[in-house]
Design a protein around this ligand. Structure first.
Ligand code: NOJ
Length: 558
């Protein structure tokens, strides 16, 4: 397997709106990030993935872009951004920018033109269709609820929007559009950035799913729904790779909902010349009922998680590359989700970090995860800001008459705003995030959970994450070793072995809050305890089994 810097890196994701405000307007900004570079350096991360900072009317917090080559006023200026890039590079931190090219904002000049007339030069930059039998062209639903088609009176046609109606989908079949996107990518790469995280990139191909509808306009009703990974996506990415990506020493990660390991290989195998790695979602789908949407919550079964993560570990070994993540700006906080954010917050956060960071793939830390930030419980729906959450509440409570308390329970578990509350820097007003009024309310637990506290405690989650990051640099086995699940039938334990050259690494995690005893014959050879979330008595007799405390984890090297 080839060695690459992006395989050996740890990435930190910044959601700029919620990271650090420098000018008191209540919104995080670029100078705010600059003021926290020392902190990132202390954590030891190699790369920052910055969620969108481009010009945007903020219907979806920057994932609706109205100008790809300008910085959003809320966040600062292009000069601020250039200063940030320079300072990052001086500190040995690379910068990966978000690339959102499945759709633009409806305020992007391309769309403003496109909707003017059917023969406008930009008409074909988007996906326009006439009504079919007096109805919407297809029955596709938007990911944010409602139809994926919006009727535009002016020209009497519908445009496609897989997300909000202010996010019209681009038509990747259009050669001119593709070349304009490549030009925009070069604009940023030539400024010196180190890669792209590509938003829902496996959704850019739609033709294969639209054609059947068009052929059946007067025929039987066929219930096709939109699926990601349509065949042309590979043509587009190969072209993008050949024309742009291959010309720079960068990393690329494609966000790919609904991707299977076989499809992920096609995206990431080096000889396919597409991307370096994907974000897959299967492990994020294990705590809702199968076939239902994410709001239909159920308890995670550890056995499902073990099978799932193990499947991905083995499938991509030598066959591509994966990313490792528990959180991002769309997911709830992991310690509240799979850990215990009350009595064992510190222990379970460290255990979850260990479980993930000792696997193969490039680990991503989402801002605040390294201090064990938790989900938010606003008592009123009016405090929520996320379009997906608000649309869902509207539909379930106002349209379908569901019990608001039940709906709030799903929101507490799954709302994207769980990840978007301001970063908790200290115990002063608004957690030191802003001197003004934060755009979204701070989690009231900031007095206890904050960076200042974490840095003053040698046993904090922060220093534990710092060590996880260091271990990956120190031991190549963590990056390149192969993977084998052990204790497969133990319902409370997640344990695995990594092997590389003549080394082995054993990772054992008690996933729940009871004491557990496990037999691990391999331990008789174990030489070195690399990390653990409890103080371990080195003289303990482990021959008759290892006794693990609640959420205890250990990593041995031998
Ligand atoms: C995925 C992004 O992560 C999410 O935040 C956004 O709403 C959608 N793509 C649409 O861009």
């Amino acid at each position: 397997m080839g060695t690459e810097w992006w395989k050996e890196s740890v990435v930190y994701q910044i959601y700029p709106r919620s990271f650090k405000d420098s000018n008191g307007d209540g919104i995080g900004d670029i100078p705010g990030i600059l003021s926290k570079l020392k902190y990132l350096k202390l954590l030891g991360v190699d790369v920052v993935w910055l969620s969108p900072v481009y010009k945007s009317p903020n219907d979806d917090n920057g994932y609706d872009i109205s100008n790809y080559q300008m910085i959003m006023d809320d966040f600062g200026t292009m000069r601020d951004w250039e200063t940030l890039l320079e300072a990052m590079h001086q500190n040995g931190i690379r910068l990966v920018m978000d690339l959102v090219v499945n759709h633009t904002s409806d305020e992007h000049s391309w769309f403003v033109e496109s909707r003017k007339s059917k023969d406008n030069l930009y008409r074909d930059y988007y996906i326009w269709r006439p009504a079919v039998n007096g109805k919407e062209p297809t029955d596709w639903r938007s990911f944010f609820g409602g139809s994926a088609w919006e009727y535009d009176k002016h020209t009497g046609e519908y445009y496609l929007h897989l997300f909000s109606k202010k996010q019209p989908d681009l038509n990747w079949e259009n050669n001119k559009l593709r070349n304009q996107i490549y030009g925009m990518m070069k604009f940023w790469l030539d400024k010196g950035i180190d890669g792209f995280r590509m938003d829902v990139i496996n959704m850019i191909s739609k033709k294969a799913y639209l054609e059947p509808y068009e052929n059946f306009i007067n025929g039987p009703v066929v219930n096709y729904s939109f699926k990601p990974n349509a065949p042309r996506v590979h043509d587009f990415l190969k072209e993008m790779n050949q024309k742009v990506l291959s010309k720079y020493d960068i990393m690329t990660v494609g966000e790919c909902p609904d991707v299977t390991p076989d499809q992920a290989k096609r995206f990431t195998k080096p000889d396919c010349h597409e991307l370096n790695m994907v974000f897959q979602f299967e492990h994020m789908d294990l705590d809702h009922r199968k076939g239902k949407d994410k709001w239909d919550i159920k308890q995670l079964d550890l056995m499902d998680l073990k099978e799932n993560l193990s499947k991905w570990q083995t499938a991509l070994h030598n066959n591509g590359w994966n990313s490792l993540y528990w959180g991002n700006h769309d997911q709830p906080r992991i310690v509240s989700r799979f850990g215990n954010d009350t009595s064992y917050r510190v222990e379970s956060a460290k255990m979850l970090g260990t479980l993930l960071h000792m696997m193969q793939g490039t680990p991503y830390i989402y801002q605040g995860e390294e201090i064990g930030m938790t989900n938010i419980h606003y008592s009123s729906i009016n405090d929520y800001k996320d379009i997906e959450t608000l649309n869902m509440y509207e539909k379930q409570v106002n349209d379908e008459g569901m019990d608001p308390h039940k709906v709030m329970d799903s929101i507490y578990a799954k709302s994207r705003d769980n990840a978007r509350t301001p970063m908790q820097w200290d115990d002063t007003k608004n957690a030191g995030f802003t001197s003004g009024n934060p755009w979204i309310k701070v989690n009231p637990n900031y007095k206890k959970i904050n960076v200042k506290q974490a840095l003053s405690d040698n046993h904090s989650i922060f220093y534990y994450y710092q060590k996880l990051v260091q271990l990956r640099k120190q031991y190549k086995i963590i990056v390149y070793g192969d993977y084998r699940l052990i204790l497969r039938n133990e319902p409370h334990i997640f344990a695995y072995l990594r092997t590389w050259k003549n080394q082995r690494l054993l990772v054992v995690c008690n996933f729940y809050g009871n004491n557990e005893k496990v037999m691990l014959p391999q331990l008789s050879e174990a030489k070195k305890l690399l990390i653990s979330n409890y103080v371990v008595d080195q003289s303990e007799n482990i021959k008759d089994g290892l006794c693990l405390k609640p959420y205890e984890c250990r990593v041995y090297l031998f």
